[in-house]
Write a protein that binds this ligand. Structure first.
Ligand SMILES: [Zn+2]
Length: 152
């Protein structure tokens, strides 16, 4: 643990998501489906000084180890995120996020005529491209501000 990580209190068990671009912490929580109603204990550090990023956000989720596939979706808003799995106050695993090939059920297609937005029981599904994401149902491509399409 570096001094900077210590700005947000240590947790005993859980997941620390570090090196989130500043301003994206709440989008990270939305992607993970954490809205406070599930009882998860969550600490958020925003605009924490970072050598690598200048400023960064940090999210700590106690007593929950997030799966690699959950975390890979984060790469859409936090491509440089570092994932630390904490057990008994120690970092036992450290991962980087990878861009997934597909993202299902997390983002809303901006096309009002898309089958996924017409009230049909069809989960949205996007193929991840180098420069954006493409709806597999209607081929709409989202290139900018992917976070604004997160389903809440
Ligand atoms: Zn679509």
């Amino acid at each position: 643990m570096t001094d900077q990580q210590l700005r947000v209190s240590k947790i005993r068990n859980g997941t620390v998501i570090d090196h989130i671009p500043s301003g994206q912490a709440l989008n990270v929580l939305a992607i993970l489906g954490i809205d406070g109603t599930g009882g998860d204990v969550v600490s958020i550090g925003m605009n924490v000084p970072s050598e690598r990023l200048g400023r960064k956000d940090v999210v700590k989720v106690e007593d929950r180890e997030l799966s690699q596939s959950e975390l890979d979706v984060l790469s859409l808003v936090a491509p440089d995120a570092t994932i630390n799995i904490i057990r008994e106050y120690d970092v036992t695993e450290k991962h980087r996020v990878d861009r997934p090939e597909r993202v299902t059920g997390v983002l809303r297609c901006p096309n009002r005529n898309c089958i996924t937005t017409e009230g049909e029981p069809v989960d949205s599904e996007f193929e991840v491209l180098d420069d954006g994401i493409r709806c597999v149902y209607c081929d709409t491509i989202i290139r900018d501000d992917i976070a604004s399409h997160i389903l809440v």
